[in-house]
Design a binder for this molecule. Structure first.
Ligand SMILES: Cc1cc2nc3c(=O)[nH]c(=O)nc-3n(C[C@H](O)[C@H](O)[C@H](O)COP(=O)(O)O)c2cc1C
Length: 357
């Protein structure tokens, strides 16, 4: 019987277990989008995960969403990531970089220019800026000829990620950021080849994945998706048709995995499982929902055909999550106040389970 602790072969990697650390933005990078020694310690503490997916990393300067996030578009950023990936590897782990282009979910005060999007339609909600939350601005709609440049940015950043020692990259195609904006039917009102029917709305995602596969190979390329998700005011019509078409193209590109969030009903997710022949990672709860992923959710989805299960919040507060799950040990609660606070408190201060107490 497959359990969370059964090993798994992912592309060229041998994972000792099926527990994936979900990508989580922690906004603790140094100026210039540089990774820090604290980030190396944080990821190294969690290296018993079968696979770590890093926080969202901007593939280009204009793709930055939040202040304080790291990048993979300059040589200095590559150099700053090397000690992080080395620390994970030294501790026996594996790490992919999540490439996150924020698109319209950004602000001129953060990136110095107007953010871009598929259409000149603002996200719903406040975005983080260096001076605090502000209303999401109306983005500049990309010209048809500019769109491939943004797809290519994922490929370039992927190459830099591998140079920096990452084992691969995960394209952030979920949660209302740029790829998800293109997939959407209300953020994307384009009338060119990147909008309209399903074939148009998946085109940007497919071009981004193709650029990444060309840069680093399919075995090093994953993608995260949130079918039917409503983050930042996103709406999607034809969810099953849209994602089935996208998965068909991703299968053709032979990407290493698809990472699905439970943002739609189980029936639709199971249909997507059947439509995707490759490795499936499931994040079994609603992101930012009231209940964080636990052992029961993981077992439920392994039984339904997921290959790997990602845990987010539980990994923040439990650096030794794999051992706690294996031993049925208590899962420590997470302090939400320190998610994005900066500094080492709530970042490096969670300890492994103390036996005998
Ligand atoms: C502090 C925080 C930051 C997050 N940042 C990201 C991110 O950068 N990229 C992403 O795809 N998801 C992000 N998420 C969503 C998580 O990956 C995950 O889907 C969510 O927390 C639900 O899983 P859980 O119940 O196991 O925590 C974030 C979640 C949290 C709590």
């Amino acid at each position: 019987m497959t359990t969370l602790f059964t090993s798994y072969r992912l592309g060229g990697l041998a994972l000792p277990n099926r527990v994936v650390m979900a990508p989580m933005t922690r906004v603790r990078a140094a100026a210039g989008g540089l990774a820090t020694p604290s980030m190396a310690a944080y990821y190294a503490q969690r290296a018993t995960a079968g696979l770590i997916v890093s926080e969202g990393v901007q593939p280009s300067a204009i793709g930055q969403s939040n202040p304080g996030t790291p990048g993979l578009h300059t040589d200095e950023q590559v150099a700053a990531w090397r000690p992080v990936t080395a620390a994970v590897h030294t501790n026996g782990g594996r790490i992919f970089a999540q490439l996150m282009h924020g698109g319209r979910v950004s602000h001129p005060d953060t990136i110095g220019v107007l953010p871009v999007g598929p259409s000149a339609i603002p996200a719903v909600g406040d975005v983080f800026t260096p001076t605090g939350p502000q209303a999401a601005p109306t983005p500049r709609a990309l010209d048809t000829l500019e769109v491939p440049e943004h797809a290519q940015a994922y490929g370039r950043a992927a190459r830099r990620a591998v140079e920096a020692g990452f084992d691969g990259v995960e394209l952030h195609g979920a949660n209302g950021y740029l790829i998800s904006q293109f997939l959407s039917s209300n953020a994307n009102r384009r009338t060119d080849r990147y909008g309209g029917p399903v074939a148009g709305r998946i085109r940007f995602a497919v071009e981004a994945a193709a650029a990444t596969v060309e840069a680093v190979g399919g075995a090093r390329t994953g993608i995260r998706l949130s079918p039917g998700g409503t983050f930042w005011g996103i709406k999607e019509t034809d969810v099953l048709e849209l994602y089935t078409a996208l998965l068909t193209e991703l299968a053709r590109l032979q990407v290493a995995y698809v990472h699905l969030e439970a943002t739609t009903d189980e029936e639709t997710l199971l249909a997507l499982r059947r439509a995707w022949p490759g490795t499936l990672i499931v994040n079994p709860v609603l992101p930012m929902g009231p209940k964080q992923t636990g052992r029961d959710d993981a077992d439920h989805w392994l039984a339904l055909g997921a290959d790997l299960i990602s845990f987010g919040r539980a990994f923040i507060a439990n650096p030794d999550l794999v051992e706690r799950l294996r031993g049925g040990l208590p899962i420590a609660p997470v302090d939400e106040a320190t998610y994005y606070q900066g500094g080492d408190a709530g970042y490096l201060t969670y300890s492994a389970h103390q036996y005998g107490r």
